[in-house]
Design a protein around this ligand. Structure first.
Ligand code: ADP
Length: 435
């Protein structure tokens, strides 16, 4: 079987969160099971000249998009045995960030069309096009409309994976013909509540739809955190599955991780304490094994449950704890973190930055890892915490419910602590249980 993963991000080239990590670890893991897996993504200008030195030019193609004809350069490189293709067009991808640009609809419509055009120029034919999130949702739609009858493309199947249903790619209907070049037949395929919705189109025409945990699949099918997609999903329930994400256990290994102050193992975890003292020293906290170290490594967004933390922040600071938060995101949350750092300089550190090395140090140094998400499709952070022997404290939602099992005093089983309601007092109670 041969699979082409299509994504807006993949580590180590560009990443904004969990999707980028999965695009690095899943294709490599599939290859070990004799599934041919390749990846294609945009060539963002943020990918450094140093990284590009290993790239090989494959071909140059012309991509039809509505009435436009756009150039595309195709490059390739290998990472962990996996071929990564990069699609180059400076007009679309010489930008400050992967997403969030005013013309994202056109950028990712172009990318989706270019992926399909590229296939006509490779001497490699995938059996499956595996698309991820709304940025690639037009691939199955364009395949259905323009490519499935062509000799070079016949028999290819499409899978669409929802990593985050909150972002669907919703635009005005006038884009249908003018930009996407689709005929009237596809208006209904893409329409969702009066807007063109790229994700909805993918759900309609893909052969299979997956999401990243069984609980999240059942939640969105039942209208919980489904952001208006519940009816469409329910209609297609027969082809929807939740498959739990995983982490790269070779890269995330406390026995070998070069980011750590000291390595340690499940058999001999004593050096975990040296990671705690190392991080305390590095962040300017009192070097003391006494207080429990709590941490979060997270996007600072409402979805991640930051509001619960804000409500009980002062109460939490009364406990014998040190709290470390690494994250970037919404400005109001960043401002709150900075204020609290001034108020509790001996107990709280907020690192408002994106830093993989510091993230690993924090996972290793902490006693408890907090993830009180409002919604969580899967979540990688709680699994990384577990890998470093750090107990997660989570809300029972989506993939958190599938991976963290609350400690049960009588049977002495469990791997963390959890609470059900989205409620700050319940979170505080559960944190105290953890302490
Ligand atoms: P999401 O994809 O919703 O952001 P996940 O838990 O699935 O959440 O994945 C988040 C990944 O991004 C984790 O590997 C986490 O360690 C990493 N991460 C999040 N914020 C930061 C940050 N500020 N610095 C470094 N890594 C981060």
């Amino acid at each position: 079987m041969k699979v082409l993963f299509i994504a807006g991000e993949a580590l180590p080239f560009a990443s904004t969160g969990g999707l980028g990590e999965v695009m690095a670890s899943l294709p490599a893991a599939l290859r070990k099971r004799v599934v041919g897996a390749r990846v294609v993504m945009p060539l963002y200008s943020s990918i450094s000249g140093e990284t590009r030195k290993s790239f090989r030019f494959v071909c140059s193609i012309s991509v039809p998009l509505g009435w436009r004809q756009q150039h595309c350069g195709v490059f390739e490189t290998k990472r962990n045995g996996v071929t990564y293709y990069f699609l180059d067009n400076e007009y679309y991808f010489k930008r400050n960030s992967c997403y969030g640009e005013y013309d994202d609809a056109e950028r990712f419509a172009y990318f989706s069309k270019a992926v399909l055009e590229m296939l006509g120029h490779l001497d490699w034919k995938p059996d499956i096009l595996h698309c991820n999130d709304w940025h690639t949702a037009l691939v199955p739609v364009f395949y259905h409309a323009f490519y499935r009858e062509l000799d070079k493309y016949k028999g290819i199947r499409t899978v669409f994976t929802i990593h985050n249903i909150q972002y669907q790619g919703q635009y005005d209907h006038y884009l249908l013909k003018d930009m996407l070049g689709l005929d009237e037949k596809y208006r209904g395929v893409l329409d969702c509540r009066g807007l063109l919705n790229f994700m909805k189109g993918a759900v309609e025409v893909s052969d299979a739809v997956t999401t990243v945990s069984p609980t999240y699949a059942s939640e969105i099918l039942n209208g919980i955190n489904a952001y208006g997609m519940e009816d469409v999903l329910r209609y297609h329930a027969g082809k929807i599955r939740g498959i739990l994400n995983g982490i790269d256990t070779v890269s995330y290994d406390p026995q070998t991780d070069p980011s750590l102050f000291e390595v340690y193992s499940r058999e001999d975890p004593t050096a975990k304490a040296l990671n705690k003292s190392g991080l305390q020293k590095m962040l300017g906290l009192p070097v003391d094994p006494g207080p429990a170290m709590l941490s979060m490594v997270t996007r600072l967004s409402g979805q991640k449950g930051i509001d619960l933390l804000i409500q009980v922040f002062d109460l939490l600071m009364q406990e014998d704890v040190q709290l470390v938060i690494l994250g970037t995101g919404e400005r109001r949350y960043e401002v709150f973190m900075e204020e609290m750092q001034r108020k509790y300089p001996m107990k709280f550190v907020a690192a408002i930055t994106f830093n993989h090395d510091l993230a690993r140090k924090i996972y290793a140094a902490s006693d408890l890892f907090l993830m009180p998400s409002l919604a969580e499709p899967c979540g990688l952070s709680q699994m990384i915490a577990l890998r470093y022997g750090t107990l997660p404290v989570v809300r029972e939602t989506g993939g958190l419910k599938d991976t963290v099992f609350s400690y049960n005093e009588s049977s002495q089983t469990g791997n963390g602590f959890s609470f059900a309601e989205y409620n700050a007092q319940d979170m505080l109670y559960t944190l105290r249980r953890g302490l």
